[in-house]
Design a protein around this ligand. Structure first.
Ligand SMILES: Nc1ncnc2c1ncn2[C@@H]1O[C@H](COP(=O)(O)OP(=O)(O)OP(=O)(O)O)[C@@H](O)[C@H]1O
Length: 368
């Protein structure tokens, strides 16, 4: 077993520590841990998933699970809360093996760490008073399974079958496609969608109140916009903004994450739609790059904005295609300056197509 992989005891300890962390309110904990729900019914959203899991746990018929979906939507939190519901705190360390991103994910981990854990039997009473029976299986949590090699995944499918009597697996990943079909078909799949803004708000307000922070309404909106349904981003951005500024407002949130504010973006779009090319380049360079913003972030905001424009399909397609190409080029290391010129060119092509269709492209009266 490699040193990074660690022994089963180490993993169990790691899990115990996490369990302790989530049940205390130590002031030095990052807020994402401090406010990680410890029970299934504390989770925001995913009502149906929680209902189904609760049924499985009550009936002691937990299948192998595959949780997938974007980051910060509660996949790890859900399985940890389910584990807490199934096992008493003293038995947690011996009944649950959690492997996450910091552990190696090669075939050796499957053959050694997982098989060793799965081979040993473990019986213990339910932790809830209403269920006095035993949980006849242990739980292996494979977090960030996208990082597992294909060989390891193929080895895992045999292990899943061989030790089904004794162990249940919960495989967690961001992209379903990164998990081989053979494993997918052995698991019950649950998709964790980005969290609805309406559901994030009460949790956000609870944290703001508990931490006695000052948050303006536009600060709250900014947190919801930048997080795109990712609760981890909401809490992390709130914490960093609160630590750097007295008030969590739209301006302080955007300053903290180093992204252009909606107002600045509106200026950029106005220029792109109304000014000659040279002026476009100069204005954007001054406004954005001198403030240290990355073109990548500008592209993301532009992309969101473009869909609010009332323009012919051809023009829309020219902008979207252009932005897509620029994004790809930036990811391969092309310079911000040349790619900015390509963004300007995409908008000019759209304007040309609009003129062809006799449609003026102005945003003066548009909502942004
Ligand atoms: N549904 C939720 N309800 C309440 N808090 C949540 C929820 N989802 C996420 N959080 C908060 O966000 C933090 C990160 O959540 P979690 O680790 O469960 O995300 P994840 O979906 O496993 O993300 P990743 O794919 O990046 O591992 C948690 O500590 C918790 O504070």
């Amino acid at each position: 077993m490699g040193s990074r992989t660690g022994s089963r005891e180490e993993h169990s300890l790691q899990f115990l520590n996490l369990t302790k962390m989530t049940t205390t309110t130590a002031s030095n904990l990052p807020w994402v841990e401090k406010y990680r729900p410890s029970k299934l019914d504390e989770l925001v959203a995913h009502e149906q998933i929680v209902k189904t899991l609760t049924k499985f746990i009550e009936n002691r018929t937990l299948p192998h699970l595959l949780f997938y979906g974007p980051p910060g939507t509660g996949k790890t939190t859900t399985v940890l809360a389910a584990a807490r519901q199934m096992y008493s705190p003293t038995k947690m360390a011996s009944m649950v093996l959690e492997l996450n991103a910091s552990d190696e994910r090669g075939i050796d981990v499957v053959r050694n760490t997982i098989v060793n854990f799965a081979q040993t039997k473990g019986l213990q009473a339910f932790s809830t008073s209403s269920n006095t029976g035993t949980v006849p299986f242990k739980l292996v949590i494979l977090d960030e399974a996208d990082a597992m090699t294909k060989d390891a995944q193929n080895a895992l499918r045999r292990v899943i079958e061989k030790y089904t009597d004794n162990v249940r697996f919960c495989i967690i990943c961001n992209y379903l496609a990164s998990i081989v079909p053979a494993i997918q078909s052995r698991c019950t799949r649950f998709r964790f969608a980005p969290l609805d803004q309406k559901l994030i708000v009460p949790r956000l307000e609870y944290i703001v109140e508990t931490e006695q922070l000052k948050m303006t309404p536009d600060g709250k909106d900014a947190l919801l916009i930048v997080s795109k349904g990712d609760m981890r981003t909401v809490i992390n951005t709130l914490q960093s903004t609160a630590m750097s500024f007295d008030t969590v407002s739209e301006n302080t949130v955007y300053q903290c994450i180093g992204q252009p504010t909606p107002k600045e973006m509106k200026e950029v779009v106005k220029t792109l739609l109304n000014d000659p090319s040279k002026k476009c380049m100069n204005t954007i360079q001054t406004k954005l790059f001198e403030n240290g913003y990355a073109l990548q972030d500008v592209i993301t905001h532009l992309h969101d904005f473009v869909f609010t424009l009332d323009i012919p399909d051809e023009a829309m397609s020219a902008i979207i295609t252009g932005l897509g190409e620029v994004e790809e080029n930036l990811s391969t290391g092309c310079s911000n300056e040349t790619q900015l010129a390509a963004v300007v060119a995409a908008f000019f092509e759209a304007k040309r197509l609009c003129v062809k269709e006799m449609k003026n492209l102005e945003i003066e009266d548009m909502e942004f």
